[in-house]
Every structure is written in structure tokens, then in C-alpha cells.
Ligand binder design. Structure first.
Ligand code: AMP
Ligand code: GLY
Length: 423
């Protein structure tokens, strides 16, 4: 099989690393990819939303399957684009069609989906500029903290959690009237605050059958002790120690099954990953959000624990025969620690040379924001490298991730040294 992966981060490098291990794989392409994918696949310099260029590449390279990493092309309808083109429609795309991708593209759509299918989540109401006064009244009816969410995609920045009522009202107005997040905040969802510990559950579905993948927990804040600004994720661990069998049984019955059933009932074709952001409130799981793709850096700990041939698994997704696959999960824990560029998630420099790869022994370095230039690996993003290791438990794995990340260097490299502190 010839496979094309869309994306350029640690998630895509991990998927490439895993697909590469399959005897069924012939040629692997990544668009646009990074220095890590360049070492194991052919990078194609096209953007993930340039569907015409993707089509050209797919036909020229005789691609048999497309695996979509990030949400953007899914929300923009890349899967629908393939299905509507006579030359592309028989080529499987791993990632949902636009209608289901709206679960990530619109918070309001996701909330309505959960209400319709009785999936536990925070109580909410949504507002527009026309209903600003009603929004104020709703805020007054809630206890702090107040949770304000821009309805649309806002690059992970569209959620505000505020303690002060007046500040919450002011922010609501800024979002609705002054378009704080552009079109993404034309509608704002206000939610009940849920107090608990977060984790993520990953599901792979073919639209009929599904498989639950290992759980993971990521660390979103830039600073130690979960302080400072939100990032895309500073590291992750899998499995999540507090997600025991009882808890996961609740997740399965109350959330995963009704979600996949909901896709069927609502006629939302879905072949791909579902990333369910959960919060454990007391002993009960509630859904914080849906994403229609794998997480990053969660992929860097979830996929290395899947022992199956991933090409076979994706073929089963395409053929709707996932029920024939027995997932085999590595008993070991996996952790990843993200090395980021100084300044991230605010302004940071690019183009610094990265060294130390040769010294890595019992870890895997997945590239996130890197670029190969004249034989050198240079930084090319805020999140630069994810260092994944296995261990008997997360502490053991973390000690290996840390031992190895110390061997890597670039100017102003930073990483959190306290992952797992809360467990
Ligand atoms: P989201 O983009 O919906 O995942 O929200 C971003 C982050 O905000 C989540 O990872 C949570 O940490 C936090 N969050 C979102 N909704 C709530 C809520 N209802 N209660 C408490 N925290 C929340
Ligand atoms: N690590 C969070 C995400 O991928 O959205």
C-alpha cells in the first residue's frame, strides 16, 4: 500500500513511525511533514488544506489510503472532497466527513449532540450578539468560575475560565460584539464549571464498530505545577492511573457506545479517530469536548502502545470490519516529554540547530516542529520534539523520557520537569 499522511507534527511523525513497521506498506508520504518524517518517508511540500494539490499528489504517487492528522482539513471537508471526485472516491480517507467533524468545529453542535444522546456533559446555554443580555442573566444564575467557549475553532485558545462575574460579562461582550476570536466567537457557549481531573479517551471507529484505544493524560500548561498559559500540550502519559476498570466501564457504557450509536442515528458517517476529552467528577466521567482526530502529544504515547499492524487496522476502518480486529495493547506505560522553544506559547524564534540525537538510547524522539535544511535539523515551531519512552509504570517511563531529553540541545530549549506530579 502507498499511504499519504496529512500533517506536520509529532502526531504525524508517530503515525508514520507506526505505519512504517507494517509489511503491507510500500511507499509512505507525509504532507508537509517535518525532519522526523523526512527520515522515514517522503515529504511533500503541500499544505493540509490545499485539496487540489493533495489530489495531484494522490494520483501521481498512486496513493491507496490517506490518513488525516489535524482537524482543519477534516472540518474543511477533505473526506467529502475525496468522495465527490470520481478519481478519488474509492481511496479510503481515515478521518470523518465534514458533518461529523463539526463535533470539533462547533462547540454548540457538540453540546446538542450530547444532549440528544444523553451523554453526560456540563450544563450549558449558547448566546449570540442578539442575546447578549440573556447571556448576562445566565452568568448571574451560575456560580463562579465561569466557563466561556467560542463556538468555532480558535486554535485551542477559545475557552476562558474566569472567577469574576463582571469580567465574565465583559469577556462575553468582547467575544460576541467585538469578535475577540473572529467568526469563531459569533456564538459563545457558557457552561457549568466542572471540578475534577481530566483525561482523554481515544476511540477508533468505522462508523459501525469501534475499538477503545489506551487512555492518556496530557499536560497543557507551560509552567510547572500546571501554571501559566495553555499550550498544545507539554507531554503526556498512558495509561492514566486513575482510569481503573470501573471508571472505564462507565466511560464505555455512558459515553463511547452512545457516541458511536449517535453517529449512526444522526446519519454522521465516521471513519476515524474520536478523541473524547473527559473530566472525572467524583467517580463519574463527563465529556468536556470532542475532537475528531488523535491528540498531540497523546498520539506519541497511545500509538506506541498499540501492538497491531496499523495498516491492517486502518484497512478494517475503511472496510467497516473493525469487529474482526483484536487490539493488542502493550502492558507497559508510555510517557512523552515535549521540548519547546523558549517563549512558546507566545513569540519564539525558529531555525535553531538541534543536536544530540545520536546519544538517545532507550527512547524514541518524535519530531514536532522541525525542518531539515542542508543536512541539519532545525527548529521550526513552538513545540519541537517529543521524547517518548516505555516503562513498568509512568514513573519508570518518565525517568527514561527525562534521561534522554537531557541529551538533546537547541538554543532556548525548555521542557517541564514535573510531569505526573498530580498523580
Ligand atoms: P475545551 O477546548 O472545551 O477542551 O476546553 C479547554 C479546557 O478548558 C479543558 O481542557 C478544561 O481544562 C477546561 N474546561 C472546559 N470546559 C470546562 C468545564 N465545563 N469545567 C471545567 N473546566 C473546563
Ligand atoms: N493535546 C491536546 C490536543 O491535541 O488537542
Amino acid at each position: 500500500m502507498n499511504i499519504l499522511i496529512l500533517g506536520a507534527g509529532g502526531r504525524e511523525h508517530t503515525l508514520a513511525w507506526k505505519l512504517k513497521q507494517s509489511a503491507k506498506l510500500k511507499n509512505l508520504f507525509v504532507a508537509p511533514g517535518n525532519a522526523g518524517t523526512a527520515a522515514i518517508a517522503t515529504n511533500i511540500p503541500i499544505g493540509v488544506n490545499d485539496f487540489e494539490a493533495i489530489k495531484k499528489c494522490v494520483l501521481a504517487e498512486k496513493i491507496d489510503m490517506v490518513v488525516v492528522g489535524p482537524e482543519d482539513p477534516l472540518v474543511n471537508g477533505v473526506h467529502d472532497f475525496f468522495l465527490s471526485d470520481a478519481n478519488l472516491k474509492q481511496i479510503p480517507v481515515i478521518g470523518p466527513q465534514k458533518a461529523a467533524a463539526t463535533l470539533e468545529g462547533s462547540k454548540q453542535f457538540a453540546k446538542e449532540f450530547m444532549m440528544r444522546h444523553q451523554i453526560p456533559t456540563a450544563a450549558y446555554e449558547s448566546f449570540t450578539a442578539d442575546t447578549l443580555e440573556k447571556g448576562y442573566a445566565f452568568l448571574e444564575s451560575l456560580n463562579p468560575p465561569y466557563v466561556l467557549k467560542a463556538d468555532g475553532l480558535a486554535a485551542g485558545k477559545g475557552v476562558l475560565i474566569l472567577n469574576d462575574l463582571q469580567e465574565a460579562k465583559d469577556e462575553l461582550k468582547t467575544m460576541l460584539v467585538d469578535a475577540k476570536f473572529g467568526n469563531a466567537s459569533t456564538t459563545v457557549v457558557i457552561e457549568e464549571f466542572l471540578d475534577g481531573i481530566e483525561l482523554s479517551c481515544f476511540v477508533l471507529t468505522d462508523g459501525i464498530n469501534f475499538k477503545v484505544l489506551p487512555t492518556a493524560k496530557d499536560y497543557k500548561r507551560i509552567g510547572e505545577g500546571d501554571t501559566g498559559l495553555n499550550t498544545g500540550g507539554m507531554g503526556a502519559i498512558s495509561p492514566v492511573p486513575f482510569a481503573n476498570n470501573d471508571f472505564m466501564q462507565k466511560v464505555l457504557e455512558r459515553i463511547v457506545k452512545p457516541t458511536v450509536e449517535g453517529f449512526k442515528k444522526d446519519n454522521l458517517p465516521y471513519k476515524g479517530f474520536v478523541f473524547i476529552g473527559l473530566i472525572k467528577v467524583g467517580d463519574d466521567p463527563k465529556v468536556i469536548e470532542y475532537n475528531v482526530r488523535m491528540g498531540d502529544p497523546e498520539t506519541e504515547v497511545v500509538i506506541p502502545r498499540v501492538k497491531n499492524d496499523l495498516v491492517e487496522v486502518f484497512q478494517a476502518v475503511a472496510n467497516q470490519s473493525l469487529d474482526k480486529i483484536d487490539l493488542e495493547i502493550d502492558e507497559r506505560a508510555a510517557t512523552t516529554v515535549m521540548a519547546v522553544s523558549g517563549g512558546y506559547p507566545e513569540a519564539y524564534a525558529k531555525g535553531m540547530e538541534i543536536t544530540g540525537f545520536d546519544a538517545i538510547d532507550d527512547a524514541i524522539v518524535f519530531h514536532a516542529g522541525t525542518q531539515l535544511k542542508e543536512g541539519k535539523v532545525l527548529t521550526n515551531g513552538g513545540r519541537v520534539l517529543a521524547v517518548t519512552a516505555y516503562g513498568a509504570d509512568f514513573k519508570d517511563a518518565l525517568s527514561r523520557s527525562y534521561k534522554n531529553i537531557e541529551k538533546l540541545q537547541f538554543d532556548k530549549m525548555y521542557y517541564r520537569k514535573d510531569l505526573g506530579f498530580d498523580l
